[in-house]
Structure formats: structure tokens, C-alpha cells
Design a protein around this ligand. Structure first.
Ligand SMILES: [Zn+2]
Length: 486
């Protein structure tokens, strides 16, 4: 059993014998030394009865050593140990959807604090979608004026007839980016296209294939109306937005979505069909490949690396220098992508999506998932960039609910990103979470109570049935109860 009250558990712990009470330790009084033989994010931490010593490869390693110490200090009693530690993966992130429901800057800072405490290093901020446009674009004020307001909200159990609106100014976004940077966390945005763009099309119906008036989405799901790939003005708007957001967010990564884009309108649209003919594209999947590549090329010219959801691989046209985020990949195309030199972020839907109830995704399922998924060659395994836990907010209206859904699963994914697979242990994680939970609560984050984390099969069925209401089917049950990835 693991002896240290730390999440994520360190790579190597050597017992030196004896214990020490760390309760009165003053973290700021510990001066680390730089060890050039260590990598930037690596550290060693020696806890001895007379002295606490930090050696780090750089500022990042020092920061991680302090996060470990913070948790040990909170726990009080600690065995004397030497810790040698570094992350298993270079990408350890959470995703926050502010398009469906927003939260305050103060609450986002609390999430960043939590991410820092469990040594995550990136935040993926989903800022645009069918149901709302949440970022100011100076060259297109109509995106906020029209796109940030929806008439009502009709998500699952939630039915609200009043208007929902809101957005972040560039200064507010900079405040979040700066706060995150102080915690060694990079923030990268997501601007999803060509699908999930009703909030644009409400302001610019002429950029859809049919050109008819459209409204900002008020219900969940996938909508047929997407940006017209045959319209140069639609592409120009995408470039305008990408340009301003690339300037606002210093992170080298930029998520351009590319998921859930139905091809119904493109099949019927003369402009889209003409575009396909012009470029010799065989089908609408290839047209999406062409469109997404335009965004990737534009971002590359700004020094950015694009991230796309795994559907973009359907076209077979994704360049090796973009990153694929794997979420629902029945044909395992992300394995082929990784095996042939592309980088992949792992966010599997039935394991890492925190917007679904514990009845569908119990903590043990999230925790036990191995990010080195099936079908990877030796080279492919090297191309797994890391892990990310998304929280979509159709069913999450307030911060208490958000914290209930995210925690402790958020921390389980953080441990998968840091701790070597052979050192991971659910029982130990649950024990160690008690200490971390105290620290989270002190900072305004209330995790789900332990009794809800791993419901029994009957409770799970009841919870699933309640959650999915009319759309509950055998497939959902089968996938929810399977413990391996298909
Ligand atoms: Zn079209």
C-alpha cells in the first residue's frame, strides 16, 4: 500500500525510516537547489527528521515539489522518504465548456488551483458552440451581440424559458491566462467549426448552406446547419476569429473542434458541391478535411499547433503535425494516426467525460482506464501526448454541480497523467483523496461524497434511466458497464 498522502502518487518513493510531523512546516522557508541532471519538470524531495530538501531541474520541477509538499503538510504526519518524481505524460488537462453554461472568473481560478495541486499543466477552454458564443471578437461584435444569447434552455432535465446570455471580455480572459500561468498551467481555447456553429449562423445566416434565418441553439444535440464550406466568406470569418484568438492566447496549442459535423446540408448545397469539384474531393468527408486543413494551415502560419476531435480523421487528410483528441473512436483511427507519427490526447467518452453521472462513469472506471489504449504499436505508444478530462455543461448549471461531477474523477485523470501505470492503485487513491478533499473544500470546491462514487449495478441502472430519460437504450447500458475500451 502507498505510504504517502499525495495525489498524483510520485514515480519513486524510497523509505528512509521514521516519521516526521510536517504540520508546522513553512513552505516558503525551503530553498530548492537546481540539479542540471534533472529535466525541467523533474524534482527530488527528501524529507528527513532534520531537514527538507528540494532539488529540481527548473522552476517547473520546483513548483511540482511544492505541490507535493503542500499535500504532505496538510496531512501532518509523514514518513521520512526520498521522492524522485516526474510526469508520465506531457499533457495533463481538464476541459471546461463555458458555451452551454458559464461560470465566474473566480470559480475558474478555483479549478486552476485544483489543477495545479494535482500537477495538471493545461486547461482547454471551450468558448464557442451552437448554444452560445462566449468570447469577444473585436472585428465581429455581432458574434457577442447575437451569438451570446439564447432564448431558452432545454437540456435533458433542465427546461428554462428565460433568456440565457453572457460572455468573457478579452481582459477577463487575459486574467485567467495570467492566473493559470502563475500556476504553470497553459490555457488554450477551442473555437469549434464547421459544425457546432449555430451561434455564428444566428448572426450570419448567409454563411450557412441554405441562407435561411437561424437561432442560437436552445437544446442539446447535433444540428444539421453548419458553416457552408463552399462559401469564401465563411472561411474568412473563421480566419478572422482564429487570428484574434491566436493573439489573445499565448499557448502554442489551439483547438479547432472538427467534431459532429453532419453532411446533410453540404450534400444538397450547390456551393459545397462546386468546391468539391474544384478541388477533386471525392465526398463530403474530404470536403471537411479540406476545410479543417485551411484552419490548420492558418494556425500554423501563426506558429500554433491545431488540435482536432477524432472525427476529423475520417477524411484521411489530417497532417501529422496536428494533434488528435480521442473521445469516441469506434474505428480506432486515432491508433493508426499515432502509429504513423501523429500525436494523440486521450479523453475517452465512457471513461473521462465528467458530465455523465457516476452511475454511467463510476470513479473506478475513470481511475482504472489505461491511456495507452488498444491497437498502439511501440511508436504509437510514444505518441500518446497525455490525458484530458472534459466537462460539458448542458446539464451543469452551477458551480456546486460542476464540482460534484468533476471531483474526484478530475484527480483520477490527473493521476493517470502523472503516475506510472504499474504504480496506480484505486484503493490507495481513495484513501489519499481524503487529504486532498480537505484542501479542495477549503478552497471552495466540494467533491461528490464517497457514497456516490461507485454505485452498485442496480443503483447504476436507476441513475442511467433517470439521466437518459427517453433516450435510454441497450447500447448506453452496454457501453456504460463495459470496463474496457471497444
Ligand atoms: Zn454549402
Amino acid at each position: 500500500m502507498h505510504s504517502l498522502n499525495v495525489i498524483p502518487y510520485p514515480k519513486k518513493v524510497t523509505n528512509l525510516g521514521g516519521t516526521i510531523d510536517l504540520s508546522d512546516t513553512d513552505l516558503s522557508s525551503i530553498n530548492p537547489c537546481v540539479d542540471t541532471s534533472l529535466k525541467e519538470d523533474e524534482y527530488t524531495l527528501s524529507i528527513m527528521p532534520t531537514e527538507i530538501k528540494i532539488s529540481a531541474g527548473g522552476k517547473l520541477g520546483e513548483f511540482y515539489a511544492r505541490q507535493t509538499l503542500k499535500q504532505l503538510i496538510n496531512a501532518g504526519s509523514c514518513p521520512c522518504v526520498k521522492i524522485e518524481d516526474s510526469p508520465a505524460f506531457s499533457h495533463r488537462a481538464f476541459m471546461l465548456d463555458c458555451a452551454r453554461h458559464m461560470t465566474t472568473i473566480e470559480n475558474i481560478k478555483k479549478l486552476i488551483d485544483a489543477a495545479a495541486l494535482v500537477k495538471m499543466n493545461r486547461m482547454h477552454w471551450h468558448l464557442t458552440d451552437d448554444q452560445g458564443w462566449r468570447v469577444v471578437i473585436d472585428s465581429h461584435p455581432e458574434l457577442i451581440e447575437i451569438g451570446s444569447r439564447r432564448e431558452s434552455s432545454d437540456f435533458g432535465q433542465y427546461h428554462f424559458n428565460e433568456e440565457y446570455s453572457g460572455y468573457f471580455t478579452k481582459d477577463e480572459i487575459r486574467e485567467v491566462i495570467d492566473y493559470a500561468a502563475k500556476n504553470y498551467i497553459e490555457v488554450f481555447p477551442e473555437f469549434d467549426s464547421p459544425g457546432h456553429t449555430l451561434s455564428i449562423l444566428a448572426a450570419h445566416p448567409e454563411l450557412s448552406c441554405k441562407g435561411e434565418p437561424l437561432k442560437v441553439g436552445t437544446r442539446q444535440g447535433i444540428f444539421d446547419d453548419i458553416l457552408c464550406a463552399g462559401n469564401d466568406e465563411a472561411l474568412q470569418l473563421v480566419f478572422d476569429v482564429l487570428g484574434e484568438m491566436a493573439e489573445l492566447f499565448p499557448c502554442k496549442y489551439f483547438h479547432i473542434g472538427g467534431d459532429e459535423a453532419p453532411k446533410k446540408r453540404w450534400t444538397e448545397c450547390p456551393k459545397c458541391q462546386a468546391r468539391m469539384k474544384e478541388y477533386g474531393l471525392k465526398n463530403e468527408e474530404e470536403l471537411q478535411g479540406w476545410f479543417v486543413n485551411k484552419a490548420i494551415d492558418f494556425l500554423r502560419s501563426k506558429g500554433k499547433t491545431a488540435i482536432v476531435w477524432n472525427e476529423s480523421l475520417n477524411s484521411g487528410m489530417m497532417p501529422k503535425d496536428c494533434i488528435t483528441q480521442r473521445w469516441m473512436d469506434k474505428k480506432n483511427r486515432s491508433a493508426d494516426f499515432a502509429n504513423n507519427g501523429g500525436k494523440v490526447i486521450v479523453s475517452d467518452f465512457y471513461f473521462y467525460y465528467c458530465d455523465y453521472p457516476y452511475g454511467m462513469t463510476p470513479l473506478k472506471k475513470t481511475y482504472n482506464y489505461n491511456p495507452i489504449f488498444k491497437g498502439l504499436t511501440q511508436e504509437g505508444k510514444q505518441n500518446i501526448l497525455g490525458v484530458e478530462t472534459p466537462l460539458w455543461t448542458e446539464y451543469v448549471r452551477d458551480f456546486d454541480r460542476l464540482c460534484y461531477m468533476f471531483f474526484p474523477r478530475f484527480c483520477a485523470v490527473a493521476e493517470a497523467g502523472w503516475t506510472p501505470q504499474k504504480k496506480r492503485n484505486l484503493k490507495s487513491f481513495i484513501q489519499r483523496f481524503e487529504n486532498l478533499s480537505q484542501m479542495l473544500k477549503a478552497n471552495g470546491i466540494n467533491p461528490a461524497p464517497a457514497k456516490d462514487w461507485n454505485p452498485n449495478p442496480i443503483k447504476r441502472l436507476i441513475e442511467l434511466k433517470r439521466f437518459f430519460k427517453g433516450t435510454f437504450n441497450l447500447d448506453t447500458v452496454k457501453n456504460s458497464f463495459s470496463s474496457t475500451n471497444a
